[in-house]
Design a protein around this ligand. Structure first.
Ligand code: FMN
Length: 373
């Protein structure tokens, strides 16, 4: 039986040669001073260009949006130029690449900003144990506890909407094929969604519609800038990363959002199951509800392998499957999945370490064969 995972798919105007998506993954390898992607980053993504679609790593939309050392941004001329090299390299290899636009909200540290300002969030509720990568004076990466956040004013929330629109415009100038708004994993938009963190009395708090308003306004601003077909949104229902708690009414909360995004006509909804559990059950209420509320392309992510990906597509639970960690050690993941070759294991010690090792030195099957001769 021919495999659905390797069938073509039209994502708006983009013709994808297969349904394998490279999930966004931060690798903390930006240049020191400009916080821009380097030639190594261009090589890394170009090596993975056989993916149907690459969604490049979470990328801060402003200095305030930063939550980790050495993440490349998309708010300065040097960063746009650095990303131009990345998109050119991927396109030269025949690939397609979106950029994930990111604001970490309360998950941050004062040392990550030149002015030493604290992280920001919907409220002053701070993380208790979570740690983020920062740099010491001698520029060594270490993990540090998050600093307490400051609550954003109403005007500042609106300014962040504008930051996302500007970042999306910059992403287009850098040659990306589209952008994904990061509303998952306990970062800023997820914090506004969460009734335990969001105690605001302005229009961005209160009922579900108020708590999603910030994200919806951002989607509207970004689609007005780059066109609705080129915009995706990533969510992580039931996720607990960064000390989040289960939503008290997930069907209603995420169903409401999915209906709003459907109304806005964006290109895709990217759903990440951090537990790698409910997403693999075609009977899951949540999955079925999201699929019913959102009529366009749905990307599924979280714990997929060849068999699970094929099963999810055959059961029509989603249209595209995103793989994360397998892409770290398998630049030719699509080919390995296609011919049912073994997948190489990733080395967790080098994921965030910086440098070429564990970044651009994982061989393809072909390179392995040549070096074995
Ligand atoms: C090293 C690493 C970095 C990640 N960075 C991001 C990120 O920047 N944005 C995001 O939405 N998810 C991020 N994730 C989550 C992945 O996109 C993906 O959802 C997760 O790895 C689950 O997929 P998998 O089971 O196929 O690995 C990251 C995961 C890893 C392992």
């Amino acid at each position: 039986m021919s495999k659905k995972l390797f069938s073509r798919y039209s994502l708006g105007a983009q013709a994808l040669p297969n349904r394998v998506v490279m999930a966004p993954m931060n690798r903390n390898r930006a240049s020191d001073w400009h916080l821009a992607p380097t030639a190594m980053t261009a090589r890394y993504y170009a090596q993975r260009a056989s993916a149907g679609l690459i969604i490049a790593e979470g990328t801060p939309v402003s200095p305030q949006a930063r939550g980790c050392a050495r993440t490349p941004g998309i708010y300065s001329a040097a960063q746009i130029a650095g990303w131009q090299n990345v998109t050119r390299a991927v396109h030269r290899e025949g690939g397609r690449i979106y950029l994930q636009l990111w604001h970490v909200g309360r998950v941050g540290h004062c040392s990550l900003r030149a002015d030493g300002s604290p992280p920001v969030g919907p409220s002053t509720v701070c993380l208790e144990n979570d740690r983020v990568p920062i740099l010491t004076r001698s520029r060594e990466p270490v993990l540090a506890r998050c600093d307490p956040p400051r609550a954003l004013t109403t005007g500042e929330v609106k300014a962040i909407v504008a930051d996302f629109a500007r970042a999306a415009d910059n992403a287009m100038a850098a040659g990306f094929d589209g952008v994904e708004i990061h509303a998952a994993n306990g970062y800023l938009f997820d914090q506004f969604r969460c009734p335990y963190l969001n105690d605001r009395r302005d229009e961005y708090g209160g009922a579900t519609s108020g708590r999603w308003r910030f994200l919806i306004e951002t989607v509207e601003a970004v689609t007005a800038t780059v066109g609705k077909e080129r915009v995706g949104v990533r969510i992580s229902p039931l996720g607990t990363a960064h000390e989040m708690q289960f939503d008290p009414a997930p069907l209603f909360t995420y169903g409401y959002l999915a209906c709003q995004l459907d109304r806005l006509g964006i290109g895709y909804l990217h759903v990440y199951d951090q537990s790698g559990s409910w997403m693999h059950d075609p009977q899951s209420d949540l999955l079925q509800h999201l699929r019913a509320c959102y009529s366009k392309t749905m990307i599924l992510c979280g714990g997929f392998d060849r068999e699970r990906a094929e099963a999810a597509l055959r059961a029509d639970c989603g249209d595209l499957i995103a793989f994360g960690k397998h892409f770290i050690a398998n630049p030719d993941l699509v080919e390995r999945l296609r011919i049912e070759a073994p997948l190489a294991p990733w080395n967790s010690a080098t994921i965030y370490k910086g440098g070429a090792k564990g970044y651009i030195d994982y061989p393809t099957l072909e390179e392995e064969a040549v070096s074995a001769m």
